[in-house]
Write a protein that binds this ligand. Structure first.
Ligand code: 5GP
Length: 190
């Protein structure tokens, strides 16, 4: 997606060779027009009539998943939570995920009432790096008996291996900007 690549080059900040900061338009302040175009691009790349739900992780994934939902006819968005609130009373599906940016292990959870065998789901997130978050969400879908029809990332860092692993397992992965390396602050795209 050219508009996204241009914006990454203009406003993205490389942190070493492994992390890209996009706080000025995606992760802290949000450019809503760009976000809506991202939603539309996900519709073109991933939507089929069979999809009935979108799954993401709090917090950065939520706005992106909502943009995709609007473009796809207002599909329900479910987001995995990183803490267990007292309102989660009917049981939950859980998975351990190692955070790429923090290096810590987090338990993500989805209430059992929001996912089940009837669901055909798109997973949407901001970044795809090693694939930990996606594998955690796939684990939750498996526990629910739900099917994954596609995985969408706004930004993929291809060299961190997540997309190759997911594709080798047969998943349909769509990334709107694919970074092949970050060298001396320079961001290289596929
Ligand atoms: P993965 O689980 O695929 O290793 O990494 C994806 C998750 O880690 C995303 O949910 C995202 O929040 C975070 N992440 C991974 N790489 C980056 C990065 O370069 N920049 C930012 N801001 N977040 C990242």
């Amino acid at each position: 997606m050219q508009e996204l690549k241009d914006r990454i080059l203009k406003d993205g900040k490389a942190i070493g060779t492994d992390i890209l900061k996009v706080d000025s338009f995606l992760n802290h302040q949000i450019d809503v027009k760009l976000l809506d175009n991202i939603g539309e691009e996900f519709r073109k790349r991933l939507y089929t009539q069979d999809v009935n739900k979108i799954l993401t992780v709090e917090a950065s994934g939520i706005a992106i998943a909502c943009a995709a939902s609007r473009a796809m006819g207002y599909l329900p968005v479910v987001f995995a939570k990183k803490a267990a609130p007292k309102t989660m009373i009917s049981g939950s599906y859980t998975a351990e995920v190692v955070s790429f940016t923090k290096g810590t292990q987090t338990m993500i959870r989805v209430g059992k009432e929001f996912l089940g065998p009837q669901d055909r789901v798109l997973i949407i997130d901001d970044f795809l790096a090693s694939g930990e978050a996606a594998f955690g969400l796939l684990n939750i879908l498996k526990q629910a008996g739900a099917e994954c029809l596609g995985i969408g990332a706004v930004i993929e860092k291809e060299y961190q291996g997540g997309s190759a692993k997911l594709r080798a397992m047969g998943y349909n992965v769509a990334s709107l900007a694919v970074i092949t390396s970050i060298e001396n602050g320079k961001i290289n795209f596929k």
